[in-house]
Design a protein around this ligand. Structure first.
Ligand SMILES: *Cc1c(COP(=O)(O)O)cnc(C)c1O
Length: 376
């Protein structure tokens, strides 16, 4: 990978997704885009990674390396299969229940916010018997249940949860131990910390938050869950067909998978999930401290219960919407972009995924203190 970073113009990008990617990865991709394999200097294959057949040797090698890296980073046991699918995490909202529960079978869902809501709607749409074991409507999705109190119901095919609500900024800190396998939407905190995969029957994550560009979704499925899938799906929606095809049932999103492979290599080089977790704690700690202390305290507020605050998406408010608009504009002028909260909730949000340098979080924390002082 090229290490020349000095002359490149980069800002701190706090966008929720697509979001910032490691500079080294972007620079390697820049070279490979035109001449695959030329990043280290010299000649490559004379064609770009986007131009090659997905069945060609180099692309198959890229594909397999990305799958192997993911297995290595997660220390994934052999009874889990890894797939790179199209359609984003959103497609999984429907593919999962239609594979496991379309014939009116019972499934348990936790309703923790905007993303859970979409998953629930699609499970209902395909005809599953959806039971809510937790519903955060009353607290406006600002907290989560104690995992020890969450249990699946009799006969449930799975219990679904959203490990990190990207819009609301709430994050599960531990998993429930329930009888049914857990199915988790990990889109916005996948690979941000080590975790035990054994409670999970299925994990899915759209790449564009922590591990690459939009357009590919990682699906990890346990063999016993795979066997329970009904086979009445159209070809593409049948997990078993993807597994049989080595995650190359059809033309996969080659470029996205190539990028995911580079990000995974980068993550391994940094120190894997232990490093990611340490950095996530540091970055989010800087921002939550600034929220608590800036301007003598109380200038910023975070609506989320302190026990479940996200290490990936830090949401906060200022004393007025006018000040929020001013804050977002002035931050952008200083090279800190993407701080506007989701349009459904307003306020501010700093998304600080794996590729956000610690300096970015520090710069934002400093700016928050300065802004509070000047505009208090
Ligand atoms: C972004 C996001 C999604 C949607 O991902 P797409 O790839 O756009 O379908 C789903 N769930 C969560 C938690 C997300 O953050």
């Amino acid at each position: 990978m090229t290490t020349e970073t000095t002359a490149v113009h980069r800002i701190y990008n706090f966008s929720a997704g697509p979001c910032t990617l490691p500079l080294e990865v972007m620079q390697q991709a820049q070279a490979d885009l035109v001449d695959f394999g030329s990043a280290s200097g010299g000649k490559g294959l004379g064609m770009g990674v986007m131009e090659m057949s997905h069945r060609s040797k180099p692309v198959v090698a890229v594909h397999e390396a990305a799958l192997a890296s993911l297995r290595e980073i997660l220390e994934l046991p052999d009874n889990y299969q890894v797939l790179f699918l199209g359609g984003g995490a959103t497609f999984q909202f429907g593919m999962i229940p239609s594979s496991l529960a379309a014939n009116g079978q019972r499934v348990d869902y936790t309703h923790s916010g905007a993303w859970a809501k979409k998953a629930i709607a699609d499970a209902k749409a395909v005809g599953a018997d959806v039971n809510l074991v937790y519903d955060g409507t009353d607290n406006s999705y600002t907290t989560l249940p104690d995992p020890a109190t969450v249990q699946s119901t009799e006969g449930s095919r799975y219990l679904h949860l959203t490990t990190n609500e990207t819009i609301g900024g709430v994050q599960w800190k531990a998993m429930p131990s329930c009888d049914a396998p857990i199915v988790a939407d990990m889109s916005s905190d996948f690979l941000s910390k080590p975790f035990d995969v054994s409670p999970f029957g299925l994990i899915y994550a759209g790449a564009q938050k922590n591990i690459g560009p939009a357009g590919v979704c990682v699906v990890i499925i346990r063999d016993d869950v795979l066997e329970q899938c009904n086979g009445e799906q159209i070809n593409y929606m049948n997990y078993a067909n993807h597994v049989k095809g080595g995650s190359m049932l059809n033309t996969p999103p080659v470029f996205q998978i190539y990028m995911v492979g580079l990000v995974l290599e980068w993550l391994k080089g940094k120190g894997g999930l232990a490093w990611a977790s340490e950095m996530a704690e540091k970055r989010s700690g800087l921002l939550y401290d600034a929220i608590a202390e800036a301007g003598g305290g109380g200038y910023y507020s975070c609506p989320v219960d302190a026990a479940y605050r996200s290490t990936m998406n830090v949401v906060f408010r200022l004393p007025s919407e006018e000040l929020e608009a001013k804050f977002i504009a002035e931050a952008a002028a200083q090279g800190m972009d993407g701080l506007k909260g989701h349009r459904s909730v307003g306020g501010c949000r700093a998304s600080i995924y794996n590729a956000m340098p610690l300096e970015g979080a520090q710069a934002l924390a400093d700016f928050m203190r300065e802004f509070a002082q000047k505009n208090g």
